[in-house]
Design a protein around this ligand. Structure first.
Ligand code: PEP
Ligand code: MG
Length: 643
C-alpha cells in the first residue's frame, strides 16, 4: 500500500479510525507503522493534489483485492527452496551473517561528499533490491517477492530520506553511514514498539535495509554479506552468488532466514547461540539442512574453511588436515543415510519385535512430500502452513491444504494441530496484545477462549477432511480438564464425525502430572517436548543465554514423560512430537519408556527408523535415565549403550 501511495502526484493520508491515530502520510512506511493498525481495524484513506482521485481509486482497488495477499490457489507452503543433505555434518567456506557492518575504517568527507555518498548508497541498495525482487518473483513467486517491495518502499520513504539528509547537512554533522543508521534505527524502534508481535518482527526487515545501505557505503561485497541474497532463487545483487556449499555462520537463527537460505548453496548452518528447539532451527532441520548450535564466540574469518559434526558437537576452523577427516565423516554419514533411505518405507520393528510408528512433523505440503518413509504426520503445524498469510484462510482453503498434505503422505493418518500461536509465534491475521510474559500468557488453546471464530473455521475444515481421509486433531498448550471439555464441546457443536480422533498436546507440566484425569475420553495425547522442556526447566526456548538448561533429556523432563506413559487412561495412545523424537538416541529412550509413536522432522524419519530397527528394547533399561543427575549423563549413557 505504501509503495502504491508513493506512485501518485498526491498527498495520500491514512487514519486509523479504530484507535484514532493519524492521519499520517500513506507513502511513508515509518509513519504508517505508527498507526499500530491491526486485523479488523477500520482505516480511512484521504488524498489531495493533482492525482488524488487516481490514488484513491488505486488504493480502493488494492483493498478490494485483499491487499494482494497470497491467492487462494497458491500452494500452502511456508518454506521455499530445495532440501539439504539431511545429514548432521558439513564442511565448507564460512559465510558470515553474524556481524554488524564495520564502519570503523570509514573516512568521512565534507558535507557535499557525504550527501552524495548517502545518495549513491541508496541508489545501489535500490538496484540490488529491485534485482532481488525480480529474480524472486521469477523463480519463487510474486507473493514472496513482495518483501523486497516493502524494503524498497522504505528506501523511498520521504521521512527517512529527510532525516538522513538533514542529519548530514544541518549542523548535526553526521557522516553518511551515521545518518542512515540513525534514521533506520529509529524506524526499527517504532516497529518494535508496536503491540502486535507480527508487526514488531518487521523491525528485522528495517535492519536488513539498514545493513544493505551501510554495506554499500563501506564498499562491502554483497556476496560475502549473506543477506537475503541467500534466499532461494536470489542470485545475489553482484551477480556471483555466495561460495558454493558454504557454511553459514549466524548469531541466532530466525525462522525467516532458515526458510529462505538456498539449501543448494549452503552446506550447513553454524549458530553461535545454543539451543535446538527455536523455530529457526526446527525449520532448517525440517529442510534437511545440517545445523550445529552453541558454537559460541569462536573467531571465524570470512571465507575460512570450517566444518562441524553436530552429533559429536564439534566445530572446527581451518583444520590442519584441510577438512579431510570431516569430509570422510560426511561420506560415511551419507552412506548411512543412503542405507536408511533404502529401507525407509519398512516399518520400524525393534529387534525384540516392537513396532514403533515413526511419523513426520510438517509445516507445508513440501515437507510432507519430502518425508520419506513417514508413517503419516504426527504434527501438522497449521500456524506454519498458513504463516505467510496476512488474511485468515477460508474454510475451503484449509480443506484443500489438509487434503494436499494427506495426499502427499499417501493417505496415511495426519494429526492436525489447531492454531498454535502466541509466545514466539505471531500470526499476521490474528493480532495479539503485548504481554509481559508471552510464553506464560495467551498461547495455544488459550487464545481462542475469548474469540473462538478462527478456531471454529479451522475445526470445520478438519471435520470436513476427516470424513475423506484418516485425520486426528489435537489442541496445543492445554493445562486443565475444563479446557479439554471446552474443546470437545466446540467440536461437538461443529459436528465431530465419528472417524475423527481427538487428542491434546502435553506441553505444560501440570498437564503431564494430571494426565490420568485430563486425558479421560480422549483418543490420544502427544507430548510436545520443546515446550514441556521450556516450562519444566523455566528456560525460554528462544533465549540462548539459558539454552544449556533447556535440554529435553533433562531427567526432570523424562520423569514427566514417564508419568504420562504410566498414568494415561487405558486405551489413550501416547505419542511424542517434540524435537526430542528427531534425535535417534533419544528416540530409543522414548521407545524404552513405552512411547509407541514418534513424530520427527521429515529428513530424520529414515534415520530414526533405522536406529530403532537395530535396537533391542529389552536391553535398554530406560528407567535408569530418570534418576541420572543431568541431561549430559543421560546423553553419554545413551551413546554408550548404542556403541
Ligand atoms: C513442542 O512444543 O514440542 C511442539 C511440538 O510444538 P512447537 O515446537 O510447535 O511449539
Ligand atoms: Mg509447542
Amino acid at each position: 500500500m505504501v509503495g502504491l501511495a508513493q506512485r501518485f502526484d498526491a498527498r495520500v493520508t491514512l487514519t486509523n479510525l479504530t484507535t484514532g491515530k493519524g492521519p499520517v502520510e500513506a507513502g511513508s512506511l515509518s509513519m504508517v507503522a505508527t498507526l499500530n493498525a491491526q486485523q479488523g481495524h477500520r482505516l480511512r484513506v484521504g488524498a489531495s493534489g493533482p492525482e488524488a482521485a487516481e490514488a484513491l481509486a488505486a488504493l480502493g482497488a488494492l483493498a478490494d483485492r485483499g491487499f494482494d495477499d497470497l491467492p487462494a490457489s497458491a500452494p500452502p507452503t511456508a518454506v521455499v527452496g530445495k532440501s539439504g543433505s539431511g545429514l548432521d555434518v558439513a564442511v565448507g567456506a564460512a559465510i558470515l551473517a553474524d556481524q554488524e557492518v564495520d564502519l570503523s575504517n570509514y573516512q568521512a568527507g565534507d558535507v557535499d561528499a557525504e550527501r552524495q555518498r548517502a545518495h549513491d548508497a541508496r541508489a545501489v541498495a535500490e538496484a540490488q533490491l529491485t534485482a532481488l525482487r525480480d529474480e524472486t518473483a521469477r523463480t519463487v513467486g510474486v507473493a514472496e517477492a513482495s518483501i523486497f517491495d516493502a524494503q524498497l518502499a522504505l528506501l523511498g520513504d520521504v521521512l527517512v530520506l529527510d532525516a538522513v539528509f538533514r542529519a548530514i547537512t544541518q549542523g548535526a554533522d553526521k557522516s553518511a553511514p551515521e545518518a542512515w543508521k540513525a534514521a533506520l534505527d529509529a524506524v526499527a524502534a517504532s516497529f518494535e514498539a508496536l503491540d502486535d508481535p507480527y508487526q514488531r518482527e518487521r523491525a528485522q526487515d528495517v535492519r536488513s535495509v539498514r545493513d544493505r545501505v551501510l554495506r554499500a557505503l563501506v564498499g562491502r561485497d554483497e556476496t560475502a554479506a549473506a543477506g537475503p541474497e541467500l534466499a532461494a532463487g536470489g542470485s545475489g545483487a553482484g551477480g556471483s552468488g555466495p561460495a558454493v556449499g558454504g557454511v553459514l555462520v549466524v548469531r541466532e537463527l530466525d525462522a525467516a532466514t532458515a526458510a529462505g537460505v538456498d539449501a543448494e548453496r549452503i552446506a550447513g548452518i553454524a549458530v553461535r547461540a545454543a539451543g535446538t528447539t527455536g523455530h529457526g532451527v526446527i525449520v532448517a532441520r525440517s529442510r534437511g539442512i545440517p545445523v550445529i548450535t552453541g558454537i559460541g564466540d569462536v573467531e571465524v574469518p570470512t571465507g575460512a574453511l570450517v566444518g562441524f559434526d553436530a552429533r559429536a558437537h564439534e566445530f572446527v576452523v581451518e583444520p590442519a588436515d584441510g577438512g579431510e577427516r570431516l569430509r570422510a565423516v560426511v561420506r560415511e554419514r551419507a552412506g548411512e543415510r543412503e542405507a536408511a533411505l533404502a529401507e525407509a518405507e519398512r516399518p520400524a520393528v525393534t529387534v525384540d519385535g516392537r513396532t514403533i510408528a515413526v511419523l513426520a512433523n510438517v509445516g507445508s505440503v513440501q515437507d510432507a512430500l519430502d518425508a520419506r518413509g513417514a508413517d503419516g504426520s504426527g504434527l501438522v503445524r497449521t500456524e506454519v502452513l498458513f504463516g505467510e498469510r496476512r488474511v485468515a484462510p477460508t474454510v475451503e482453503e484449509q480443506v484443500e491444504a489438509f487434503r494436499a498434505i494427506a495426499a502427499a503422505l499417501g493417505g496415511k493418518p495426519i494429526t492436525i494441530r489447531t492454531w498454535d500461536i502466541g509466545g514466539d509465534k505471531p500470526l499476521a491475521f490474528l493480532a495479539q496484545e503485548r504481554e509481559a510474559n508471552p510464553f506464560l500468557g495467551e498461547r495455544g488453546i488459550r487464545v481462542f477462549r475469548r474469540r473462538p471464530e478462527l478456531l471454529r473455521d479451522q475445526l470445520t475444515a478438519i471435520c470436513r477432511v476427516a470424513v475423506e481421509t484418516p485425520v486426528h486433531v489435537m489442541f496445543p498448550m492445554v493445562t486443565t480438564a475444563e479446557e479439554v471439555a471446552w474443546a470437545l464441546e466446540e467440536l461437538a457443536a461443529i459436528g465431530r464425525p465419528a472417524e475423527l480422533k481427538v487428542g491434546i498436546m502435553v506441553e505444560v507440566p501440570a498437564a503431564a502430572l494430571r494426565i490420568s484425569t485430563l486425558a479421560a475420553g480422549l483418543d490420544f495425547v502427544s507430548i510436545g517436548t520443546n515446550d514441556l522442556t521450556q516450562y519444566t526447566t523455566a528456560s525460554d526456548r528462544g533465549n540462548s543465554a539459558v539454552a544449556g538448561l533447556a535440554d529435553g533429556l533433562d531427567p526432570a523432563v523424562l520423569q514427566l514423560i514417564d508419568c504420562v506413559v504410566r498414568e494415561v487412561p487405558p486405551g489413550v495412545e501416547v505419542a511424542v512430537c517434540g524435537d526430542l523424537a528427531s534425535d535417534p538416541d533419544a528416540a530409543v529412550l522414548l521407545a524404552g519408556l513405552g512411547v509407541h509413536e514418534l513424530s520427527a522432522v521429515g529428513p530424520q524419519v529414515p534415520t530414526v527408523k533405522a536406529r530403532l530397527r537395530r535396537t533391542d528394547l529389552t536391553q535398554v533399561a530406560a528407567s535408569k535415565a530418570l534418576t541420572m543427575p543431568s541431561a549430559a549423563a543421560v546423553r553419554q549413557w545413551l551413546q554408550e549403550i548404542q556403541a
